[in-house]
Every structure is written in structure tokens, then in C-alpha cells.
Design a protein around this ligand. Structure first.
Ligand SMILES: Nc1ncnc2c1ncn2[C@@H]1O[C@H](COP(=O)(O)OP(=O)(O)OP(=O)(O)O)[C@@H](O)[C@H]1O
Ligand SMILES: [Mg+2]
Length: 236
């Protein structure tokens, strides 16, 4: 069976002003679970932003779920879920219930349906008392949980997660890891959670906006770890 790629990068470069974040990167992603690793500043978040069309390449082109992130940019948010590294960049509404319900309203549900749906997702995670809670009164990990729920609940065709577990407690992380594993749609995730990444099909190791290694977790994770131990101060 041939699987059509969900992401294609064709000779993509991307810079913030003078600072190059992604350098002449070509990639075809077909695997259900792809992990992104690399040092701080290596380009993981930039790559995810390019795949979602939140950032536009300075050179080359990106195709996500068959859509050009340039020409079809407006169609992407309804099909591709994106979890920001920083939950505060994601959250728009004052209460948890409104934040999660918003996506359902965008999908055409009535306000009441959307609120009920949000409540049922919160109940699934044991947070049925959260709809009226002010988002800014939650801890960082709790805000991250709200963002994760709002991405997954909308059942997107592709899910992009930027370090989703960074602030979650162990119990919540384990529950989410199992749930993410069971999801049918493809996932591209930047993470330093090696336990979870060992279950992935493909790991891409970025440094300086280029691919340092690309392959199965057993090869790439151990090479990354060996490099970090050999040169604890400076990665290649
Ligand atoms: N808003 C910005 N303005 C200018 N430069 C930026 C901005 N965001 C990132 N950069 C630069 O782009 C490069 C890639 O950053 P990026 O955020 O993609 O890295 P990352 O691998 O996600 O890092 P981390 O592990 O810290 O999340 C870095 O050199 C960084 O300094
Ligand atoms: Mg990042």
C-alpha cells in the first residue's frame, strides 16, 4: 500500500531577519509518528510553524495535507491541529470552557452544543469543574492540558505538537501519551521525552536548521544522546 505524504518540504529556508532558522531543508513525511529533536534553537518550532503555514519560507515550498501553505494558507487551520510550545500564545479566551468550545463553534456547532462538547472533553480528563475557571488562574501545566484538549478534540487530519509534555505532571503525561498513541491521525511532535519518542516510527534530529540525523528512534536517539554526553556544552 502506498501512503501519500502528509508533509512535503521542498528546499525550504526560513530566517527571522538575518537569523537563519531553517536552511535548505527537503523532507517528505509519510509516517504516522514523527519526532523532532535537537538543541535549543536548532529549528524544531520553526519547522512546525512552517508546516502549519504560521511561518512562510523565505525560499522553497511547503505542502501540508496536499495544501500549499502559501496559496491554501486559510484552509490549513481547520485541518491541522497545532499546539504551541507556550500555552499563553495559544489561549484566546478568559475561561477554559470558552477556550475549548471555540473550536467547536468554528466547526459550525451552536454555542450550547459547543459548550456541552467542551464539558464532555473536560470530564474525560477528570476536570468537569473547569468550564468556568479563568484560564489565567490555572498553573502552566494545567493551561498546557487545556491547549492539548482543544487541539485533539477537533479531530484534525494532522496534529503538530511543540513539546506538549514539558509542563505536565507524570500522571497527566502518561494518560496523554497513551491517548496520542491511540489517535489514528498522523502526528509530528517536537519533544525531549525520550520514553515516548522510542515508540515513534521516525526521528529527525535538527541542528542549526539542518538535518543532523534521520531514522528510527533506536538509531537517532542514541546518537543524539551520545553527542550530548561527548560534548555537553556544545552540540555539533
Ligand atoms: N521570534 C524570533 N525572532 C528571532 N529569532 C528567532 C525567533 N524565534 C526563534 N528564533 C531563532 O531561530 C532559531 C530557531 O529557533 P526555534 O525556536 O525554531 O528553535 P527550537 O529548536 O524550537 O528551540 P527550543 O528547543 O528552545 O524550543 C534560533 O536561532 C532562534 O534564536
Ligand atoms: Mg521550540
Amino acid at each position: 500500500m502506498t501512503v501519500s505524504p502528509h508533509v512535503i518540504l521542498d528546499q525550504v529556508s526560513f530566517a527571522y531577519g538575518e537569523r537563519v532558522a531553517i536552511s535548505d531543508l527537503s523532507l517528505t513525511l509519510k509516517e504516522r509518528r514523527v519526532g523532532l529533536i535537537g538543541s535549543n534553537g536548532s529549528g524544531k518550532s520553526s519547522l512546525l510553524r512552517l508546516i502549519h503555514g504560521l511561518a512562510q519560507p523565505t525560499k522553497g515550498s511547503v505542502t501540508t495535507l496536499g495544501l500549499s501553505t502559501k496559496a491554501d494558507r486559510k484552509k490549513i487551520p481547520s485541518r491541522v491541529g497545532f499546539l504551541f510550545q507556550d500555552p499563553d500564545r495559544q489561549i484566546i479566551f478568559p475561561t477554559v470552557g470558552e477556550e475549548i468550545a471555540f473550536g467547536f463553534e468554528e466547526q459550525g456547532r451552536t454555542r450550547r452544543e459547543a459548550r456541552n462538547e467542551a464539558l464532555s472533553w473536560l470530564t474525560r480528563y477528570g476536570r468537569s469543574d473547569w468550564p468556568e475557571r479563568g484560564v489565567q488562574e490555572l498553573s502552566e501545566g494545567q493551561r498546557q492540558l487545556v491547549c492539548l484538549i482543544s487541539v485533539i478534540a477537533l479531530d484534525p487530519g494532522l496534529i503538530l505538537l511543540d513539546e506538549p509534555f514539558a509542563s505536565l505532571d507524570l500522571r497527566t503525561r502518561l494518560a496523554f501519551a497513551d491517548q496520542l498513541e491511540a489517535l489514528p491521525q498522523p502526528l509530528v511532535m517536537a519533544s525531549h521525552d525520550f520514553d515516548f519518542l522510542t515508540r515513534f516510527e521516525r526521528i529527525i534530529w535538527l541542528e542549526h536548521g539542518r538535518i543532523q540525523a534521520d531514522g528510527p528512534p533506536e538509531t537517532v536517539l542514541s546518537a543524539y544522546e551520545a553527542a550530548a554526553r561527548a560534548q555537553p556544552e556544545v552540540m555539533p
